[in-house]
Design a protein around this ligand. Structure first.
Ligand SMILES: NC(=O)C1=CN([C@@H]2O[C@H](COP(=O)(O)OP(=O)(O)OC[C@H]3O[C@@H](n4cnc5c(N)ncnc54)[C@H](OP(=O)(O)O)[C@@H]3O)[C@@H](O)[C@H]2O)C=CC1
Ligand SMILES: O=C(CO)COP(=O)(O)O
Length: 345
């Protein structure tokens, strides 16, 4: 295990794009660490609440934000002085927002830490592919790992994966987002890091179904283990490193999200398990459940890579209304028996 140099300087003027719970928590982190931080949100109620009462009462209620954190709806102005962007807009809207940022900056080369955990509908593209198309001059990084926004904003400890193919930018990001309670681990394996966040959201829906349907803790543990096996098969096919898959952005976030109804994805699955449809639950929610939108595109990605992902496929069928809970469970349990490891000679 190697250490990062620790000599890199942090980025100083940060634009956090996205005024949901995670964008707000990350903006609070960098503002508290002393970086000039501006949060951009398209929602003027969010911006007024942050500037007025130091609280994002819509997406992160009850948590006091630092006085130094400013919020704006003016993206062009916020981009003008930014030397780095923390991008926290849900995956399905990433392409348009990144393209707009490129347009506003005139195609400037800026470091962009992608924090959304999803796969693009229609294309099956991962977020590094989306940014390569929409803002090719940007230097991307992936920030992912077990980190509920409310936990991080309250100062509870966690550790995350920070993936960046550009060594110097990765080290600067690590210095920028580190805090006494928030510990980034660096890697160059961006595919592994972004795949982990996207796949765990889909698997968390499956775990929620197991809980909501009352199938028991043993079933949930079996599902996490077999879900992780699916994730590893896809990761290997796409070139992810084993250490990343078993690390914070992979197994770490999978365990968190599959264990707690604080997760929107797990709680979505829970309500599906209780008998409601994904469509009606999502229509009632203001917050995002990335796994529901990413399950279909994940199947596209897995199909193109020739990888079998039966649990994720069952989730895609469930959220898109092609199957019911009982049928999905029976279908998974009735599959032909498989080897877990090497077969006996
Ligand atoms: N919350 C968490 O604990 C964590 C979240 N993440 C990831 O961060 C990303 C953002 O999630 P999170 O902060 O939780 O979001 P929230 O669910 O808290 O809020 C939803 C956000 O999405 C925005 N939004 C909705 N539709 C659009 C659109 N068409 N264009 C632009 N923005 C839109 C909303 O803006 P508006 O108010 O204007 O509708 C709002 O800012 C997701 O990919 C998530 O997986 C990662 C780690 C932890
Ligand atoms: O990614 C998260 C924690 O690491 C948040 O999970 P949910 O989006 O399911 O709430």
């Amino acid at each position: 295990m190697s250490e990062t140099t620790g000599k890199s300087s942090p980025y100083q003027t940060i634009l956090v794009a996205g005024g949901g719970s995670w964008g707000t928590a990350l903006a609070s982190l960098t503002a508290r660490a002393g970086m000039a931080t501006t949060l951009w949100a398209r929602n003027d109620q969010v911006v007024s609440a942050i500037n007025g009462s130091r609280e994002n009462s819509i997406y992160l209620p009850g948590i006091k934000l630092p006085e130094t954190l400013g919020a704006t709806t003016d993206l062009a102005a916020a981009l003008e002085n930014a030397d780095a962007v923390i991008f926290v807009i849900p995956a399905q809207y990433a392409r348009d927002n990144l393209a707009e940022m490129r347009r506003l900056t005139g195609g400037k080369t800026l470091p962009v830490a992608l924090c959304c955990k999803g796969i693009e509908r229609g294309t099956g593209a991962l977020m590094t592919e989306v940014i390569a198309d929409a803002w090719p001059e940007a230097i991307p990084a992936i920030l992912s790992g077990p980190s509920f926004a409310a936990d991080v904003a309250r100062g509870l400890p966690t550790a995350v994966t920070l993936a960046c193919a550009d060594k110097s930018s990765g080290e600067r990001w690590a210095q920028t987002i580190k805090a006494p309670h928030f510990r980034p681990y660096l890697t160059a394996d961006m595919i592994g890091a972004e795949l982990g966040g996207a796949v765990k959201n889909v698997l968390a829906i499956a775990c929620g179904v197991v809980e909501g349907k009352g199938l028991g803790e043993s079933a949930r543990a079996a599902l996490i283990a077999r879900g992780f096996a699916e994730f590893q098969r896809l990761g290997v096919a796409l070139g992810a490193e084993a250490q990343t898959m078993a690390g914070l952005s992979g197994l770490g976030d999978l365990i968190l999200t599959c264990s707690s109804r604080q997760s929107r994805n797990m709680s979505l699955g829970y309500e599906i398990g209780e008998g409601r449809t994904a469509k009606e639950i999502i229509a009632e929610r203001q917050t995002v459940s990335e796994g529901a939108a990413s399950a279909g595109p994940l199947m596209k990605l897995a199909g193109a890579a020739g990888v079998d992902m039966p649990i994720c496929a069952a989730v895609a069928d469930l959220v898109d209304g092609r199957t019911g809970v009982d049928q999905a469970i029976l279908g998974l349990l009735a599959r032909p028996l498989r080897n877990e490891g090497s077969p006996a000679e």
